[in-house]
Every structure is written in structure tokens, then in C-alpha cells.
Write a protein that binds this ligand. Sequence first.
Ligand code: TYD
Length: 403
Amino acid sequence: MKCKICSANTDLVIDFGPMPIANGFIKSNDQDEYTFPMTVNFCPVCKMVQLGETVPPEKMFNDDYQFLSSTSTAMAKHFEMIARHLICELKNKEDPFVVELGCNDGIMLKHVAQSSIRHLGVEPSGNVARMARENGVEVTSEFFHARTAKKIIDQYGNADVIGGSNVFCHIEDINSVFEGIALLLKEDGTLYFEDPYIYDIIQKTSFDQIYDEHVYYYSGHSVQALGRRHGLELVDMLHQDVHGGSMRYILKKSGAQQPSERVKDWLQKERVLKLDQLEGYLDFKDRVDRISKTLNQKLSELKQMGERVVGYGATSKSTTLLNYAKVDASLVEYISDTTPNKINKLTPRTHIPIKPYEEFSRDHVNYTLLLAWNHEKEIRAKEEQYINRGGKFITFFPEVEIK
Ligand code: TYD
């Protein structure tokens, strides 16, 4: 398999076998389900960890796209903080212009809009773009590349800030996005993007981050190499406690700013885990297999004991975990979720029914598989009553635990 960034030969890290689309929730058991052979590969030249085969974007990001950013209060705060930071940084600039790629329902840009800062969201999924518009955000509904960049420059001029959260990892032709960014960004402009960090994934064995939508699993090393291909330098790295551990990368046009000490520190930490070599990824598959087997065993034991188990949060990431660990509706009765368009659907291929949150709150189960583990703090605080009456959560990274 050739590297999608630099065309070098890559090495296989793990083969998950056929996997469905992570957000491909279905309406009935007999519905056809698309699958693709999911592997993860490492490029020894540009250090990018990436999916081998990918799924055409139209199959993932269409008008049925179920993912909404505004489902957690912690995430809403996180995006508001990004916006506050941007607004503060831009306050001395004359008529600044902010572009956000994959603005989703406007969770971040609505704050920028409320501060009357010129902005544009680029959001290919029509249904979520409409929600962003309803939130007062100016949006163009299309994919971003060099041609889109030229169109934006003609209409709005160059950008002071270009950003994206949990979107750069989605875009296979990321070289064309960087080409567009290099055109659109002002000479002293800033590019920031954040995505799940490979360091956290490897350290915690959080393999559920690996699914069709996540083509790339960035590191400081791979972002530095990618930026340099396009005349951009990685100047800062800010670790974020969201999505199970993310990294915010800050890039500037080459020569505009010296990399911070933090960049040097993170690159060193990555070298300690050997994430710049295949060696750092060699025992990942064994750890993934151990967790999957243990989880399946524990759920089967609970079932044999006559216990009911339900799931919490029909996350995209749970599609990988449930499918790889072979956890289906025979082991997990239903999954509760607060997202209206997931309710009454079934999880991809494992066919676990998704029920409204109210069902969970009035049900008296003792065991809950915490599929939205990235929101554990928020959920444990919200579910004080469940915990106080003896309810337990089952978590699985870095080891399966019932607590
Ligand atoms: P998310 O964290 O975005 O993960 P992913 O990117 O893997 O989809 O998804 C969280 C899901 O969990 C979303 O469907 C909403 C649901 N959820 C609840 O049902 N209740 C909650 O309290 C929280 C925080 C999330």
C-alpha cells in the first residue's frame, strides 16, 4: 500500500477485516450494509499513520450524516474556548477573516459570528451546513481544495486564521487541502487543526478511534513533514483532553515564527514511544486483540449470570469496537443516545437498537457499556443516581474494567 501523502511504500500495522461505515446506522435488520477492508498502515518516510483502503467521501458525508458536534456540554465549552481564544488573538487586526473547514453545526463559528468577525464555514454535509446557517454562521456547502480556496479569495480575500477540528483526519486528499490553505492563508496567518492524537491511541490502545472517517492519525512528526511539503512550519502543539486525547497543531508560513519548546518536547515524547518508526506500532494488534477478547468474555459472563447490559452513547467509534470484539444485540440489549436522528436505528452490522436517553434513565439495569468513554467525566457526573443505586460502567481502555 502506497502512502497517501508521499507515495512511499507503507507497512501494515493492523488488519481489522471488513468493517461497516461507522455512522452507517440502519433502519431495519435486512438493510444492505456497505463494508470495506479496514487496515492501518505506517509510512516510514513521512511518518503518517493512515487507513489502507478508504471509503468514498460521498458514502460518509452526505445529507444523512448523523454526527452533530453539539451533543455534549463539555464539547460545547471546548469549542467556545477555541472561539474566545481566536477572538482575543484577532482583536488588534483590521477586519480579520476566519475560515473553518468542516464547521459542522456551527458549534465554534457561531461565537465568532456573534462577535461580528468576518468568517466562513466550509461544510460539505448539507444537513449540518443548514444547522450552522440557522446558528447565524455564513457557510458554503462544499469540499475544500485549491479551487475552493481561489473562490473564497475572490469573494472574501485571504484568511487570517484557517482552522478545523476533527476534520483534517477525515480528508484523504489532505495534500490538496494544504495546497488550498497555502493559497488562502495570509503571510502572517495561522493554521490550526486538532484531531485524535496517535500518541494517546497507542498509549491507551484506544483502537475505536480507527474507523472509515479517520483516514489519518496525526503525530507531531507527520504534521511537520506534511506542513513542510506545502511551505508551512509546525510552530506549536497543544494537547487537548477531548475525543480521548487530541492534539491541536499550530502552523505558520515557513520562516514566520520559530517552533516553540512544546513542539520539541512532544517530538521527543513521540520518539520515546518510537512513533517515528514501525517499532512503536508492533505490539498494537496484540493489545487490541486482548482487549476485544476480554470484553466479549466479560459481557458473555454477565449474560450467563442473567444480568442485563445496555450501552451508553451510539458513538461513531463504537462501530469498530463492537464489530471487532463481536459485541452484538445478544450481549448488549440497547444503546441509549441523545441524538434525535440516531434513535430507533440499529448499530452498523452489530444491529443493537438505539433508544432515547429517557429509556435508560427510567430503566434499572446494573451494567452499562460506556461507549462514549471520551465523555466519562461528564457522564459519571450526570449519572450520579445510577451510580448511587449500584449501577456500574464497563470501560475498556487501556484494560476492561467494571466500576
Ligand atoms: P462523540 O463523542 O462525538 O464520539 P464519536 O466521534 O465517536 O461519535 O459522540 C458522543 C455520542 O454519545 C453522541 O451520539 C451523543 C451521545 N451522548 C449521549 O447520548 N449522552 C451523553 O451524555 C453524551 C456526552 C453523549
